[in-house]
Ligand binder design. Structure first.
Ligand code: HEM
Ligand SMILES: Nc1nc2c(c(=O)[nH]1)N[C@H]1C(S)=C(S)[C@@H](COP(=O)(O)O)O[C@H]1N2
Ligand SMILES: [Mo]
Length: 334
């Protein structure tokens, strides 16, 4: 019975696999971007369903592969990359953050996916077009899809349950990140940035034309609790010593602008809607101590509710602009 069903593997399996792979790729970025409970839960669950959907389709795909007369090296490479991507995704889910031999599971996961997608497109375009037919919208397809979804869902429930017990001292939050102590926040680089050495006494932060010394900022700062949640899979709840960005700007200046850009001395930058100015903070300290060099000294941004890559370190300037906040890459390039 099972072998009969598997023998039907073909065009619809390929289309289904393409759909789940592209779905996993797209939702992966949503899971990366989401920082608040509802969007992050939805993004992560849909990513898990698509990701496990790929695994559900593997027995059918393996029938197709075994039927093939030749397998191109590029197709083999694609298969290996997807294996690495899935493996690293599972390591990330069950083990969480952690750097081994200079790389973390999430870097391997996203890196493999990024290389796999162009290979996948070449693989698909090289072949005879597998057209979607009107008859594909049949009860059979619907049933197969529902069964696949149920399989992926059962797998996800099991894996999420497992992930809850694999590292009991590191509870997970809705983004999937695991807890770290506030005094163990690691110096984290997004991609290719570098830790600059700055002299706190000489450093100035330029906010819409006004230059602030670190002592001036520290004098206006007050404690604020915020969660730093890095896409590499950890979060830390800390009390920051910080001043709201809005306190350093006039109401007129704010009313005239649509966005503000926070820029690091390294060139790393992020643009925010001007309406967020009261909810963005310039921090000079963390947990009652000055910031460490690696975590942004002398001044870094604290952006509650946003993932770590928004928390610009080593802030050099904040500039108001009439450019819409959305006019930037969804993720930093540095
Ligand atoms: C075709 C490409 C991809 C496949 C097949 C895939 C598959 C998976 C699988 C099976 C998991 C473990 C299951 C789960 O977390 O529920 C996972 C986890 C994860 N993936 Fe992907 N993924 C892909 C691309 C991406 C991309 C491009 C990103 C980010 C930009 C990403 C981000 C994540 C994250 C953050 C997790 C961990 C989620 C958690 O801790 O619950 N993935 N992925
Ligand atoms: N200038 C600069 N700011 C940055 C980064 C960076 O690489 N360069 N990394 C970001 C990322 S990805 C995270 S998670 C947080 C990490 O802050 P931490 O180093 O205090 O852990 O800083 C953000 N701010
Ligand atoms: Mo991060």
């Amino acid at each position: 019975m099972k072998s009969l069903e598997l023998r039907r593997a073909g065009r619809r399996t390929n289309l289904g696999l393409l759909f789940t792979l592209l779905g996993a790729f797209g939702t992966g970025w949503l899971a990366f971007a989401a920082g608040t409970p509802v969007p992050s839960t939805l993004a992560r669950l849909s990513h898990g369903l698509f990701g496990l959907g790929v695994i559900v389709l593997l027995p059918w795909k393996s029938v197709i592969i075994r039927r093939a007369t030749t397998i191109r090296p590029a197709a083999l490479a694609l298969l290996v990359l997807l294996g690495i991507c899935l493996g690293a995704g599972l390591v990330q889910l069950l083990g969480g953050f952690g750097v081994r031999r200079g790389v973390s599971p999430i870097q391997v996961h996203v890196g493999a996916a990024l290389i796999a997608v162009p290979l996948l497109l070449v693989h698909v375009l090289r072949r005879r077009r597998q057209r979607v037919r009107r008859s594909d919208a049949s009860r059979r397809t619907l049933l197969a899809g529902a069964l696949g979804l149920a399989g992926a869902g059962a797998g996800l429930v099991a894996l999420e349950g497992l992930a809850g017990v694999t590292r009991p001292t590191r509870p997970r939050t809705t983004t999937g990140s695991r807890r770290l102590n506030a005094d163990a926040i690691p110096a984290t680089i997004w991609l290719l940035d570098d830790i600059p050495r700055l002299d706190p006494a000489a450093h100035r932060v330029e906010v819409a034309g006004t230059r602030w010394s670190v002592t001036d900022l520290a004098a206006r700062a007050r404690p604020v609790a915020a969660r730093l949640d890095c896409t590499s899979g950890w979060y830390a709840d800390a009390i920051w010593t910080a001043v709201p960005v809005a306190d350093l700007l006039t109401a007129d200046a704010l009313a005239a602008a649509s966005s503000l850009e926070v820029r690091s001395v390294t060139g790393y930058r992020r643009r925010f809607p001007v309406a967020d100015a009261g909810a963005l903070w310039l921090a000079t300290g963390c947990q009652g101590r000055p910031l460490t060099v690696g975590t942004g000294a002398p001044v870094r941004l604290v952006a509650p509710g946003r993932r770590g890559f928004w928390w610009v370190k080593w802030v050099a300037s904040i500039r108001l602009s009439d450019a819409p906040a959305g006019r930037q890459l969804p993720f930093p390039a540095q």
